[in-house]
Write a protein that binds this ligand. Structure first.
Ligand SMILES: NC(=O)c1ccc[n+]([C@@H]2O[C@H](COP(=O)([O-])OP(=O)(O)OC[C@H]3O[C@@H](n4cnc5c(N)ncnc54)[C@H](OP(=O)(O)O)[C@@H]3O)[C@@H](O)[C@H]2O)c1
Length: 335
């Protein structure tokens, strides 16, 4: 198709509009010509729903400054046009993070146009749907496991994962189990117990046991490692519960952005706290992670983890993720 014709083409997108300080999203037609003038035009086949998308869809100015806006921090699809030697027409690509869906139109649409540096080639052994079953949550879980596995081996002891029924948590449980770790999945949802055991958790612990503020500088040394997605008291209590030389990753604030702690876990047990940021993860590491996620790290149950929805079904799922009621991963088929 001639490029001028392509620019005039319309496509379906989930568009959030602001009216009298209220934010509502619905599916509308958009023109390719209205997308930003970046070098890589992608026909999006699948996207996925993350907590940040729900914030963008409900007017959180820390995520998205201007509306109308199309959220979606994840996209997998086919290259339609590229001004970069790194990609050719019909290449299958994954785009996650950077600015996608925050202050640039995102993956809840049939097309995105992004800087080529934001895209990675879909690795062999992975479908576009699987890439979005992972999405930003999977990349983040993978980075947590990578950093933890640098120092902690499966025989060193139990690994705690908080927010275990959520996107990052459930994928961290599945990947760690695949790599042979003993995973203690911490959840606030008792009814998710069997699913977590099915994903490979060795045990399921109640979140309420870790949620209260504790006065002690140290707690019983229970875990060799931990992946925390919640922040706040759970993060503090898990840090106090690390074995000597334990490693803990912190990637989220689903419960709280705060952390109240003494230095004692660090100076008496030699533990490490590693921060994880997948949004701006450097490209070589990003490519390495996607290769791992497509290969040896891919959990058996990846497909069972995700629910598939359409663009029209986004408002209901956005409401559920904001209420902490969504479990696992939600893949969006853009049609
Ligand atoms: N640093 C990064 O690069 C990065 C990337 C992706 C996500 N994140 C962050 O990681 C966190 C998890 O993301 P996600 O996509 O996995 O979100 P999610 O799918 O919404 O899962 C979050 C889970 O946390 C628990 N939870 C939710 N609200 C809570 C509350 N108020 N108090 C205590 N527990 C609560 C629930 O699990 P249980 O019921 O099982 O306890 C829930 O399923 C978010 O804060 C997100 O912003 C960071």
């Amino acid at each position: 198709m001639e490029s001028s014709n392509m620019e005039e083409r319309t496509f379906r997108a989930f568009v959030v509009e602001e009216r009298e300080s209220a934010f509502t999203g619905s599916v509308a037609n958009r023109r390719i010509a209205d997308l930003p003038r970046h070098g890589l035009l992608v026909r999006v086949r699948y996207s996925s729903l993350n907590y940040k998308d729900a914030l963008s869809a409900t007017g959180n100015r820390g995520v998205t400054r201007r509306y109308p806006h199309t959220p979606g921090i994840d996209a997998a699809g086919t290259v339609i046009a590229s001004d970069s030697a790194a990609f050719r027409e019909n290449d299958a690509v994954i785009v996650t993070g950077y600015g996608l869906g925050m202050n640039t139109p995102g993956g809840f649409a049939q097309f995105v146009r992004v800087p080529p540096e934001w895209a990675v080639t879909l690795p062999g052994g992975m479908t576009m749907r699987e890439a979005m079953a992972y999405g930003t949550a999977g990349l983040t879980a993978g980075l947590c496991v990578l950093r933890l596995a640098e120092k902690v081996r499966p025989e060193d002891g139990r690994i705690a994962v908080s927010g275990a029924s959520g996107g990052v948590g459930s994928l961290a449980v599945a990947i760690l189990a695949k790599l042979g770790y003993h995973v203690a999945a911490i959840t606030g949802k008792e009814h998710e117990r069997d699913k977590l055991l099915g994903l490979g958790a060795s045990e399921v612990l109640e979140r309420k046991e870790y949620e209260a503020e504790t006065p002690n500088a140290l707690l019983e040394a229970e875990f060799a490692g931990a992946v925390d997605t919640l922040g706040g008291h759970v993060l503090a209590n898990l840090l106090k519960s690390m074995q000597p030389l334990g490693v803990m990753t912190a990637c989220g604030n689903a419960a709280s952005p705060n952390l109240s702690l003494t230095v004692y876990p660090f100076i008496l047990r030699g533990i490490s706290l590693v921060g994880i940021d997948s949004q701006n993860c450097p490209r070589p590491l990003r490519e390495e992670m996607w290769q791992k996620l497509a290969g040896q790290w891919k959990p058996e149950g990846l497909d069972r983890l995700c629910t598939q929805i359409t663009l029209d079904e986004l408002p209901a799922s956005i409401g559920r993720i904001l209420q902490g009621k969504l479990t696992g991963r939600t893949v969006v088929n853009t049609g």
